[in-house]
Write a protein that binds this ligand. Sequence first.
Ligand SMILES: NC(=O)c1ccc[n+]([C@@H]2O[C@H](COP(=O)([O-])OP(=O)(O)OC[C@H]3O[C@@H](n4cnc5c(N)ncnc54)[C@H](OP(=O)(O)O)[C@@H]3O)[C@@H](O)[C@H]2O)c1
Length: 318
Amino acid sequence: MRAVVHESYGPPEVLEVKDVAKPEPEENEVLVRVHASTVTRSDTGLRNTEYFFSRAFTGLRRPKRTIAGTELAGVVEAVGAGATEFGPGDEVFGFKGGANAEYVCVRESGVLAPKPAGLTFEEAAACVDGPLLALTCMQAAFPLEGKRVVVYGASGSIGTASVQLAKHFGAHVTAVCDTRSVDVVRSLGPDAVVDYLHEDFTSTGETYDLVLDAVGKHSFRRSRRALSPGGLYISADLGFLWHGPLAVLATKWVGSRKAKIGIGKYRKDDLLLVKELVEAGEYRPVIDRTYPLEEVVEANRYVETRQKIGNVVLRVAP
Ligand SMILES: NC(=O)c1ccc[n+]([C@@H]2O[C@H](COP(=O)([O-])OP(=O)(O)OC[C@H]3O[C@@H](n4cnc5c(N)ncnc54)[C@H](OP(=O)(O)O)[C@@H]3O)[C@@H](O)[C@H]2O)c1
């Protein structure tokens, strides 16, 4: 099968489309014929130097998992002897390392769910990483019903998901993005959109219960005056060597406004919620660009510009 392989860490050019052995499903796994995958910020961060700290888990000198990618949508081709939830022919979407490939094996109990009705494979592949990270990052502020929420960086993958999910949970949402993204972000249904190139949301006199910094570009210090007493600032950016952990520590015992870092988790239940919301017309993926698998280097270069709006998809099956 064809797969995007990288034997070393480095720039997008370390990625190569190669023929590798097709995997076989184990007892409780399903073999998915991947129709579409994506390139996420995490995929690029794990390959380049951005998430160098994660190499303690992904391999110190070279990647332990050599096939790139994490999001997938496709059709179940075969199942292991103990698998009962899915069968051949089922259309699915989910999250699994090694997804930039024609086939991937996923544990049936893992982050895999029936593909939302009405979505193409390309759309479904873009409905995993952003919303699942958004859900776990926002969790510390639940319940959101009636709360005033700012999503800063509303044009990214986590941002576009956060706007829609916060609306679903009943929040009053102010989405902050730059001029070129205003129309796309407005189409996601926030109550207000602020173009940060023309207006600073912290200087309008309005206050909020939650500032969710979906791109790690608006620190707690800069957000503080827009937080209501008891308000919460959450950064989706792990910021290991930057201001995030310091703000978390500093606000733990002092002041009523708190800072937290959102640690993303990938959970099957959250994926099932996304499926439900898509089918109810409450969630849709934003796709910026779609590349054929062969152009994976170009796709990674684009994601590394940090300018994508929503998601970048890879078309795997013709
Ligand atoms: N918490 C976790 O577990 C976890 C897991 C994975 C990734 N992350 C982190 O989450 C962050 C977001 O990921 P993502 O995939 O959503 O990012 P993304 O899609 O790459 O975000 C790109 C968007 O961010 C906007 N942006 C860039 N600089 C900005 C700024 N200064 N102010 C406002 N918007 C800005 C860009 O639009 P404009 O420049 O046009 O505004 C662009 O639309 C990344 O830092 C990533 O490392 C966290």
